[in-house]
Write a protein that binds this ligand. Structure first.
Ligand code: DX5
Ligand code: ZN
Length: 217
């Protein structure tokens, strides 16, 4: 199981410190939420922020694009240093060419879906993806409550990946805390995103990452 702290809940004026802290705590990836103010009602990071983060940590950068027209941005985010680049199925009439484009640009390709989107929308693309991300909150903001319906989606994707003998990562994002992370991982998730639970922990992000590790040990 890999832990990917989301810097959405970190202090944006101190992101180098934030990624250093989670790296010391033993995080596996850094989750970077890119928002455009159109697909979601919030704004965050452009490619330059990803390039600057790339120099601030050795951890893989797991870049989650919550933007319209993601095709126009694939090369810029990959060149900036995205290790995984994940796009929303809702933003694409056909995700297949975009997933291929991400791989061709040199990153691992991820596909994700909103809580209100049927899981069937991603199933045809499992063989073309290196990562499937199940959203367990409506994207846009950290600190929301875990939507339980995500569990059934995780089970379904896990089942289909195993049945087709596919090794894609299965990631969950939104509302994961110390008190539900074990339950989520038990459903077959391989990557857990946690934002507010890591960066709003009173003991600091490094200790928070260790607490997640202990919760899963
Ligand atoms: C929501 C983002 C998440 C967010 C998760 O749009 O995709 O990555 O940072 O934050 P928490 O863990 O606080 O729900
Ligand atoms: Zn995210």
């Amino acid at each position: 199981m890999k832990l990917a702290p989301s810097i959405l809940s970190a202090d944006f004026a101190r992101l180098a410190d934030a990624v250093a802290a989670v790296e010391r705590g033993g995080a596996d990836w850094v989750h970077v939420d890119v928002m455009d103010g159109h697909f979601v009602p919030n704004l965050t990071f452009g490619p330059k922020m990803v390039a600057d983060l790339r120099r601030a940590t050795r951890l893989p950068l797991d870049v989650h694009l919550m933007i319209e027209h993601p095709d126009q941005w694939v090369e810029r985010y990959v060149e900036a240093g995205a290790s995984y680049l994940t796009v929303h199925v809702e933003t694409l009439p056909d995700p297949a060419p975009t997933l291929a484009r991400i791989r061709r640009a040199g990153a691992r390709a991820g596909l994700t879906l909103n809580p209100e989107t049927a899981v069937e929308s991603v199933l045809p693309f499992l063989p073309l993806a290196d990562l499937i991300l199940v959203m367990s909150v409506r994207p846009g903001f950290g600190g929301q409550r875990f939507i339980e319906e995500a569990i059934a989606k995780i089970r379904r994707v896990r089942h289909e990946l195993d049945r087709a003998r596919l090794a894609a990562e299965l990631e969950i994002d939104g509302g994961v805390k110390l008190d539900n992370v074990r339950r989520v991982v038990a459903e077959g998730v391989s990557v857990v995103v946690a934002g507010s639970a890591v960066f709003e922990d009173g003991e600091g992000a490094e200790v928070a990452v260790r607490k997640f590790r202990d919760a899963l040990a």
